[in-house]
Design a protein around this ligand. Sequence first.
Ligand code: HEC
Length: 160
Amino acid sequence: MRALPLLLLVLSAACGPSSSVDEGLGVIQGIDTSENGVTAFVRSGQYASWLAEPSVHETRAPHGSKVRVFFNDVVARSLRDGNATHPVGSILVKELFEDDGKTLRGHALDVKVAEGPGKDTWIFYEGFGPDYTRNYYGRGHSTCHGCHSDGKDFVTSPLP
Ligand code: HEC
């Protein structure tokens, strides 16, 4: 039964605010890129003034629900220029809605943290309400980069 205390330790580390992770890349384009910082940013809705898809639409990903994507100035300019890789400071936010297309259930956010190609040049984040405690967060996150490698430098949505 030696494994039990270890299991409890692992479980408690994986849950709750103590699990907050930080890739140590500081503030990029005004956003604290730690897990807590990204959570605070998406929950604040400060991306609402960014270029956005005109309306909520069905996701093209296989897991259902409805979405709306927002583009900061840096990535909007880069997509317009047709760049093969986007500059550091490129940020995209995806709002995730319930089937009603109105009730917000969470957010995804990608931020470019290093120049050049490859999954490790992005931090990938996804979190869900009400608490945003069990988030996906990390540079080149293994859950995220697969589908996103279909896009151009991991961006799959066209500019609206
Ligand atoms: C099963 C495939 C798939 C996986 C896995 C996936 N995505 Fe996506 N993602 C998509 C598709 C398709 C879109 C385009 C918008 C839509 O239709 O939902 C998208 C859009 C996004 C966007 C908006 C910018 C863009 O590239 O279009 C962000 C941000 C995002 N995803 C983050 C994430 C994060 C973070 C993860 C991992 C937790 C993740 N995605 C995992 C398929 C996927």
